[in-house]
Design a protein around this ligand. Structure first.
Ligand SMILES: NC(=O)c1ccc[n+]([C@@H]2O[C@H](COP(=O)([O-])OP(=O)(O)OC[C@H]3O[C@@H](n4cnc5c(N)ncnc54)[C@H](O)[C@@H]3O)[C@@H](O)[C@H]2O)c1
Length: 268
């Protein structure tokens, strides 16, 4: 039988991921969701109802729990999942700016933590070059609606709203990964991904621009080091259900889970 997977989070990514995995019943069985707030647990594409599980039940039946919920869910469930011996695939990488949580999730066991490549590519190169990298600049450009969320401080919210009405792009953030994640906890996971792959949070500088004319989310990644210079330019279409999420993220998670289930080709 295939790999038993439970989805932690059943929003835009969770539903899309479920639909993709349902096309591979020989390799993967999605057996339930851990998301008490999910309005529905049957994917439109498959019509397959999924039971909502509690953590103990999920740990009893899953080989991998795929987190596509929020940084709070990684904090709430991550350490117990890893300690139980169940593997965890993480999308909300911003949670891992916290060194204590990083230790509990990435360095303990016996479960293994896998980090999705999510909305970007090139993390294999960053990881391979980690020892020679001096600096990484991440310039992220999104439509204003993809940056607004209820927890934003008033002045920042006003700046993003002003960009939306002016029609002109506006840089709304420039600083560290930690501060970017604090202000945009669910919107800038790619910054944490780069820092984790590079083995250092201080080497990554983040700039975020609200661009009313943007039709894609754009990440320009410039890497400088003694091993060479590398630039990636990524333009992602938004998930149809959540403008803050790139549709590529669910595809990356599906691809990763299929690899864990044995499907090649295996680039490592
Ligand atoms: N790594 C990446 O490149 C990347 C890209 C996009 C999104 N993400 C992460 O994925 C997350 C999910 O994205 P989405 O577009 O599906 O969001 P969404 O808002 O559409 O869905 C999130 C779902 O998770 C559930 N949830 C949230 N917190 C929970 C908790 N503590 N316990 C159980 N369920 C919980 C919600 O009820 C909701 O159903 C984002 O918060 C973000 O952190 C990562």
């Amino acid at each position: 039988m295939g790999l038993n997977v439970v989805l932690l989070g059943y929003g835009a990514i969770g539903r899309s991921l479920h639909g993709m995995l349902a096309r591979h019943p020989d390799r993967i069985a999605v057996i339930g969701v851990l998301d008490g707030r999910a309005p529905k647990t049957a994917d439109d594409a498959t019509g397959t109802p999924l039971p909502v599980l509690d953590l103990a039940t999920a740990l009893g039946c899953a080989e991998v729990i795929a987190e596509c919920a929020s940084p709070a869910a990684v904090r709430e469930f991550g350490p117990d999942i890893i300690a139980s011996g169940t593997d965890l695939l993480i999308a909300s990488l911003g949670a891992l700016v916290d060194p204590r949580l990083r230790g509990l999730v990435l360095e303990r066991g016996p479960g293994r933590a896998y980090l999705t490549t999510g909305a970007i590519g090139g993390l294999d190169l960053v990881r391979a070059s980690a020892g020679t990298i001096d600096a990484i600049d991440l310039d992220t450009r999104k439509p204003p609606a993809a940056l607004l969320h209820p927890g934003l401080p008033g002045p920042l919210r006003a700046g993003i709203a002003a960009a939306a009405t002016s029609g002109d792009p506006c840089t709304v953030f420039s600083g560290s990964v930690e501060r970017a994640v604090e202000l945009f906890p669910s919107n800038i996971n790619v910054a944490a991904a780069l820092a984790l792959a590079a083995g250092g949070f201080t080497r990554v500088h983040v700039t975020i621009t609200a661009d009313p004319a943007a039709t894609l989310t754009r990440h320009e990644i410039r890497i400088q080091g003694s091993g060479g210079n590398h630039t990636f330019l990524i333009g992602n279409a938004a998930d149809p259900e959540n403008p803050a999420t790139s549709a590529l993220t669910a595809r990356a998670m599906a691809s990763g889970l299929l690899r864990l289930a044995g499907a090649g080709p295996h680039f490592i």
